[in-house]
Structures are given as C-alpha cells and as structure tokens.
Design a protein around this ligand. Structure first.
Ligand code: PMP
Length: 447
C-alpha cells in the first residue's frame, strides 16, 4: 500500500506537501496518545499533529458529541443564530481576562492571525506591524510577511523578487544576535535563558531603536508575539522582555497581539493562556490547533472596542463557528477541566524537562533543553560551546531512529535542529520515561 499511496501522492497532491521522514509514515488510527500505522504498528505520539491533538486522538466524548450534533444540525453558516456558536463564545470568553470577550470564529491559525491584522489596522488606522525573529504566525499571503523564516517566503528557490510582493509594512527580526552572559551556553543566536540577562536588556533597546527608525511617522498598528515560540523551537524570552515590550507598544498607541495558537489552552501548565506568564493582558488573542483537538477551528478574541472597527465593514466566512466545530470546542474545554489536563501538563512536563536536562548532562550533542509544561524543545548541536546546529543529515538519522522505535516527535527551529515535544495533554510519566529512553538510544546509536 505504501507504493500505491506514494504514486497517488506524486500524481494528485501538490508537491509543496512534503513529508519530513525519508521513509513515509502512513497513519491509520489513533487513540488518546497513541497512533497506529497502516501495518498496525503502534507509536507514542509526542507531537500531537503539530501540537494540535490536545485531549487525545479520537477522544470518545468528542466522537459522541459530534455524532449527536451531526444528527441535529451540521452546518448553518454564521449569518444565522444557532445555539452552539453562542454557547461556545460565552464559555471561551470566560477563560479570557479583562474585556477580551468578543470572539470571531475562523478555521485555522493563519486565518485567525490574518483577521487579527485586519482588526488591528482598521482599529488603529495604522499599518506598521512588528513581529519577532524566529517567529511563526502562519502561511496565508499576509502571514508570510509576519512569519520571519525566509525559507517559507520564496516559492521559487532563490527568487528574492517574490519577497517584494509581501507586506511592506511588516518588520521582522528585532531580537536575537546578542550574546547572553548569563546563559550556561554562549551563543550569538537567540537567547532563551529566561533570566533577567544583559542580552534581554539589549533586546529591549533594539526594539526601541526599531520603533524609532523603522516605523513610519504614522506609528505602530500592532506588535505580534507567541508566548513561547513554537515552530521556532520552544524558544522562551528573557525575563520581563514581553512585559516591557508590551508597555512600550501600548505607550506608542499600538496593539499587542498574542498568538496563542500553540501556547493556549493549558499546554504550558502554569496558566491556561501563555501570555499570563508574562503578566500582560493583550489587546487581541489568536488561537487554533489545540482548541479543536484536530478539528479545523480557530478564533480571534478581542475587546468590544477593537471589534467594532471590523463591524463597520461587516465580515463573513462560511465555516467559522459552525455547529460541529463549536461542539468540538465546547467538549474540548469540558475535557480539559474534567481530566485536569492543565495540571497534567505541568506535572508530566516538569518531570520530562528534568529528565531531558539530565540527558543533556550526559550528551554534549544536546545544546539546550527548554520549554514549559508540555511544550519542550531539545536542541541538537555539533559543538556545545558554539551551539553550531547539528548537521541536518545526522539530525534526521536520530529523529528517524526514534520513529523506528515507536516514538513520534517533531522537529523545528530556525536551523531544523530542535526536537519538538508537544504531545496530547493526557500523556503520563511512563510516556515521558519512554520518550527519554528512546531519545537516549537514538543518541547512542546515531549521535
Ligand atoms: N501561529 C502559530 C504560533 C503556529 O504555530 C501556527 C501553525 N504552526 C500558526 C499560527 C498557523 O496555524 P495554521 O497552520 O492552523 O494556519
């Protein structure tokens, strides 16, 4: 069957859809934290479909709720009233602080960020936007501008001309490049020591410079940040960086947009929303992935005042907030509460982080272990002093060895050398032990 699938893929699917593994993996079935391929092999899924399957694959409560809703009303579009969109909007808004009570439902994280951009610009009447080096905010044409990695911006390799067609009012890359004295590892790349370090203060200076010299006289519309950078490789910010940048942005009359597509819904353990750890209340929050446990569901939450900017023109989408999507959303919220999954993220995440740090002490190939809750990055390097990224071929061997032993993990980071661990939030300490054992085995055999 693999040959047949490969033929269909080559013929009927756009080649932009690349598979990371050199030998493809064809999945057939899932249950909670487990996946099964078409040959019946079982895998522990520590990546959750890119941080998306939050409460577990094929959770029976969701299957039941969706089947029941399917029999009542599957689709309505949001030009009509239906009970589920109201119930979900109310319950979702209860999880958000301050006056972030106004929700607009869409279908993906990119779409949510795109809409947030429209809201920020229509509310402030300004165009300029700042996002951070190493960030990821999506793949729509507008979001490619915010997403910093140029790799995603050139559909024709080497064709810098395409870049010019992206949004000219977006500035990336205002952090990074400062050596951090406090970090155990010297790096001239991004510091994620989470301390109040010299590099962190430099980043704030850089931010102010950028505001003064790059932003047009019309001023800043919005600043965008993930609470922990996800695709970038579980990169955290130096202590107080986000709070201080938030204050600067607000003083300039700009809006702070928190992209909670990965960090929301309890994944980071300590808080339901990642931004809470930074002690701020954003003006706009975008969310997707885990809120729908794999179902296409995303949302933008903001204040009534900011939402009113969009209301002047009216805005429509066909599928956002449909009865099935909202049923899934409501059920995910219930399961997170009933199964205490946020607390589990903290407990199992801390246990796993410590075990990986212990592994780091034994293997110099591990340049950094970081993250929070069940959002963890393990950076593999050629040299622990310079933190030169591990050669991609060696990385792939280690990563694929894990898969051969029944462990699915992600990869990411600016140089593709970070193992990303973001499992369903129901994983156990035994799963954490298995993960560490398999990674250790892969490092011994392939590292
Ligand atoms: N924001 C963040 C932080 C993300 O990680 C992603 C997806 N990796 C997106 C936005 C885009 O979401 P989607 O793929 O659902 O469009």
């Amino acid at each position: 069957p693999y040959d047949d699938l490969t033929t269909i893929r080559r013929t009927n699917l756009n080649p932009a859809l690349t598979t990371y593994y050199s030998k493809p993996l064809a999945l057939h079935q899932g249950y909670k934290q487990w996946l099964f391929d078409i040959d019946g092999r079982r895998y522990l899924d520590m990546f959750a479909g890119v941080c998306t399957v939050s409460v577990g694959h094929c959770h029976p409560k969701i299957t039941r709720a969706v089947s029941e809703q399917m029999e009542i009303l599957g689709h309505a579009t949001n030009i009509y009233y239906h009970t589920k969109i109201h119930e979900y909007a109310m319950k979702l808004s209860e999880t958000l602080p301050g006056s972030l009570k106004c929700i607009y439902f869409v279908n993906s994280g990119s779409e949510a960020n795109d809409l947030a951009l429209l809201m920020a610009r229509s509310y402030t009447g300004r165009f300029d936007v700042i996002s951070l080096k190493n960030c990821y905010h999506g793949m729509t044409y507008q979001m490619m501008s915010l997403t910093s990695n140029n790799h995603y911006k050139y559909p024709v390799p080497g064709s810098a001309g395409f870049f010019k067609t992206l949004n000219p009012d977006v500035y990336n890359g205002i952090w990074g490049g400062n050596k951090c004295r406090d970090s155990p590892v010297q790096t001239d790349r991004i510091c994620s020591c989470t301390g109040e370090c010299e590099a962190g203060l430099k980043y704030i200076e850089q931010f102010e410079n950028e505001l003064n010299y790059q932003i047009s006289k019309n001023g800043l519309a919005a600043f965008w940040a993930e609470s922990i950078q996800g695709v970038g490789g579980a990169v955290q910010y130096p202590k107080n960086y986000i709070r201080r940048v938030h204050d600067i942005v607000k003083n300039q009359g700009g809006l702070f947009v928190a992209d909670e597509v990965q960090t929301g819904f309890g994944r980071t353990g300590d808080h339901f929303w990642g931004f809470e750890a930074h002690g701020i209340v954003p003006d706009i929050v975008t969310m997707a992935k885990g809120i729908g446990n794999g179902y296409p569901l995303a949302a933008v939450a903001t204040t009534p005042a900011i939402a009113s900017g969009l209301a002047k023109a009216g805005h429509f989408n066909t599928f956002g907030g449909n009865p099935i999507a909202c049923t899934v959303g409501i059920t995910v919220l219930e399961i997170i509460g009933e199964e205490k999954l946020q607390a589990n993220c903290k407990e199992v995440g801390t246990y796993l982080l410590l075990a990986l740090l212990h592994l780091k002490s034994k293997f110099p190939i591990i340049g950094d272990v970081r993250g929070k809750g069940l959002m963890i990055g393990v950076e593999l390097v050629e040299d622990s002093k310079t933190r030169k990224p591990l050669n991609p071929e060696k990385f792939l061997k280690i990563w694929e060895h894990c898969r051969d032993l029944g462990l699915i993990i992600g990869k990411g980071g600016l140089f593709g050398n970070v193992i990303r661990i973001k499992p369903p939030m129901c994983v156990t300490k035994e799963d954490a032990d298995f993960t560490v054992d398999v990674i250790e085995h892969a490092l011994i055999r392939q590292g």
